[in-house]
Design a protein around this ligand. Sequence first.
Ligand SMILES: [Zn+2]
Length: 414
Amino acid sequence: MVQSFDQELEERLIRYAAIDSQSDDRSASSPSSETQLDILRLLEVELTEIGAEDVHLADYGVVLATIPGTADGPTIGFLAHVDTAPQFNATGVKPRVIHGYNGGDITFPDAPGLVLSPEEYPYLAEKVGQDIVTASGTTLLGADDKAGISIIMTAARYLLAHKEILHGPIRIAFTPDEEIGRGVTAPLARDFAADFAYTFDGAAVGEIEYESFSADAAEINITGISIHPGLAKGKMVNAIHLASKIIATLPQATMTPEVTDKREGFIHATEMYGDAAAITIKLILRDFERDALTAKGELLQQVCSAVQASEPRAKITCGIHPQYRNMRYWLELDMKPVDLACRATRMLGLEPVSVPIRGGTDGSILTEMGTPTPNIFTGMQNIHGPLEWISVQDMAKATQLFLTLAELSTKQPE
Ligand SMILES: [Zn+2]
C-alpha cells in the first residue's frame, strides 16, 4: 500500500484536538461532561458522510458504526476514546504542526521556558524530517486519544471509498469517559457485536499490547469527634491526625507510583478532603497479578484497622471496589487477535513490541466482558501534559496497520 494518509491525518487531528472534550470524574452523568457530546455528534455526522452504515449515537454516549464486509471473515472492532484527561488543562487547545522537524529543541508559543527536547525524550530524536504536532504550551494536546480517532476515521474513509479491498465486517466505536474508567459498559459490549477488537490508544510505533494493570479503587472514611477546641481536652478526636497516621503508615518508599515501574504495582493516594471532624481519602490500587492486587487491598485494610484500634472513639471504614482486570487473563486463552496484529505489523516492516500497560484501556473492560481487545500504537507521547506530541508519520503507520489487519483477517493463518 503506497497511499499517503499524512495530510488527512494531520487535518483530522488538528480539528478534533481543538474541540474541548475533557472528562470529569466528579460528575455522575454519562457522558461525564456535556462537551464530549460536541465531538460525538460531529463524528456521527462524519461517519455518515463517508458512507458508514448503522451510524448511531447510543444513549450511553458511544458512537457506533459499521463498515460492511466485502469478503468473509470475522467481525473486527476498532475503538478510540473521545475524552481527554482530567489531570491537566484541556480547554482552548491550540494544536500546531512543525513540518519537517529539524531535530532541535521544540519551544511553545504560549509558554516561554517550556522546552520539548530530544535529549530528554529520545523517541523525538528518531523523528527528524517528520511532521510533529503539539499544543501551544498551556494545555495538553489530546492526541490521547484523538490520534486514535483520526486513524480510525481515515482508515474507514479509505475502505468505504475502495470497495475493491477485501475485508470482513468492521465495527467502529468512539467512547466517552475512558480516562475516568467509564468508557465501556455492558450495553456497549452487547451492541458492539465484534468477534474481537482493537483500541488505537497506544504509544510508540510497533507497540501491540495485551497486558494491562488489574485495578481497584479504595475509599477510606474517617469520622472523628468534633467539639470546641477550648473544651476539647479528653473529648476531641481529630480526623486529620488519624488520616495522617494512615498515610504515614502506608509503604510510601516502596509502593507508590513515583517509586515503582515495569511490573511493580502500587497504592496511590489520589485525593483527600475534609476537616477535623471527618475526612475522606481516595486511593487507587494497581498490580499486574490478581493475588498481588488483593494483597494490596488487605494491607490497606490492616493499616486502617490498626489506626482504628489506636482510637476506638473514631469510626474508620475502608471500602474497596474493583475497576478492571489485566486483559492478559483472557487473551492468553486465545492469542489469535494479538497474533494477527503482530503479523500485520511485521508485514509493514515493523517489529511488534508488547510491553505491559501501566494503566488500563477500554479494552481491559471490554476483554473482561467477552470481546478480546488488545491495544495498538498511535504514536502519542508525553500524554496528559503540556509536552504531549505526536508524529503524523507514526499515525500514518497505525492507519496502514488498520488496513493491513482488515485485509489479513479474511485470509487463513499461515
Ligand atoms: Zn487514552
